[in-house]
Design a protein around this ligand. Sequence first.
Ligand code: CA
Length: 159
Amino acid sequence: MCATSSILAKWTPVETAPPKADPLHNHSDKASMAKLLTVEDETAIRELLAFICETDGHEVVKAANLAEARVALRSGGLDLILLDVMLPDGSGFDFLREVRADGDNASVPVVMITARGDEADRVEGLDAGADDYVVKPFMPRELTARIRAVLRRASARPR
Ligand code: CA
């Protein structure tokens, strides 16, 4: 698609509005610190996702493909998974179904990362048990707000 440098330039967080009081940036609730797994094969995007999530107070485990994601899943303790769709060794949807069929991890929230305009991906993700989706390129504040909302819903639901 594009060269990595242009992706990075396009994805660099830009905050044009001055800081203001924002209920989405309330760090006092327990959803504000979680252990996240990011599954994304494009290094620039993976590092950006990790940077945004770490800046928001989360611990981040990074996976560049499904093999690394499976290792991270088995090691346990994940509070949420950020999952790209197109990965070098398979589809994010396949991994989502593996998570949902995994006794220990079936209830871990999954947020799919889909390409802009790819409605079919979003529908398939939600049908396969995704909790939410984020469209690339995303705004950092939208990403962190969606992560916190999903974590809050997950902590409120019965186990
Ligand atoms: Ca990808």
